[in-house]
Write a protein that binds this ligand. Structure first.
Ligand SMILES: [Zn+2]
Length: 290
């Protein structure tokens, strides 16, 4: 049970929260690609199986009449064996995770996916009828994903099938509330979805801008603060040159006091502002006034 306070900032009309599902573990060599272990292990010490601890962070954006959830984490459907492989801790059902904010899963009005890999979609569906059925976790929500990402997830390109689990997203089709988007767009006033590609062909990032402040959620084109350096890329990116371009855009925007960044796999989830220079960026946790 995570008792840590839920990080929160006000962005104009929106209350923005980071919902941290916990941590999972991935091979450090894959997480840091071409970077030699002596360099990355100083920043993220690996365990005996060479795995590093990554966060599983979602963004919750509360507007006057809307409650938008960006990505849904690994959720509660993985088998005990899968949970062991990824070093996952105890299950965190949405009812428990939303209760500290006085919210329930049925209050979520929009779910937005950066992409459909298992660690971003698992929480979108839950077991029902004692595990015989899989149902949407947010029955009142409209769900948004890029159409190309949906198509790639349903028929994964060669070598990509391990990253997608159909039970996480296929049941959303039957709700009639699945929206497959074609390209970047504004979802709500001040809430922009921007296609980056890179990590997957139609990966998108989420930007919230209102009242003179911006929160950027770049998803897996920049999964942790350590990945701000252009050379520090994961081995999971399908289109590395697009990832580099997305990072450069992020770095061009984020060195401003009113721009905060939330990293999807930051092991210490926080709203961070960038200091230093684009060549040597540092992401400092900022506790902005609520
Ligand atoms: Zn991920």
């Amino acid at each position: 049970m995570n008792q840590a306070p839920i990080p929160h900032v006000l962005v104009g009309r929106y209350d923005v929260y980071i919902l941290a599902e916990g941590q999972f573990r991935m091979d450090g060599g894959a997480v840091f690609g071409i970077i030699p272990r002596p360099q990355w292990e100083q920043k993220m010490p690996p365990d005996a199986q060479n795995r590093v601890a990554l966060g599983l962070n979602q963004l919750l954006i509360r507007g006057p009449d809307t409650l938008v959830l960006c990505d849904t984490g690994v959720g509660t459907k993985l088998s005990p064996r899968q949970r062991e492989v990824y070093g996952l801790g105890p299950l965190s059902p949405w009812t428990d995770r939303l209760a500290p904010l006085g919210l329930a899963p049925s209050d979520i009005t929009h779910v937005v996916f950066t992409h459909l890999h298992f660690d971003h979609t698992g929480g979108a569906t839950v077991f029902a009828d004692e595990g015989r059925e899989v149902r949407p976790a947010f029955p009142q929500a409209d769900h948004y994903v890029q159409e190309g990402e949906w198509d790639d997830a349903c028929l994964p390109p060669e070598g990509e099938s391990f990253a997608y689990q159909f039970s996480h997203f296929l049941p959303l089709r039957e709700t009639g509330r699945l929206h497959r988007l074609r390209g970047s767009r504004q979802l709500l006033p001040g809430l922009q979805l921007h296609v980056t590609g890179g990590h997957t062909r139609f990966h998108q990032e989420i930007r919230v801008t209102d009242g003179g402040r911006t929160v950027l959620f770049p998803g897996d084109v920049c999964p942790t603060p350590h990945h701000l350096s252009i050379a520090w890329r994961t081995s999971y990116d399908r289109f590395p040159l697009e990832t580099i371009a997305a990072r450069r855009r992020l770095l061009a925007k984020a060195f401003q006091p009113d721009v905060l960044v939330v990293f999807s796999h930051d092991p210490q989830p926080a709203f961070r502002c960038l200091t230093g220079s684009p060549d040597q960026p540092e992401a400092v946790a900022r506790h902005a006034p609520a």
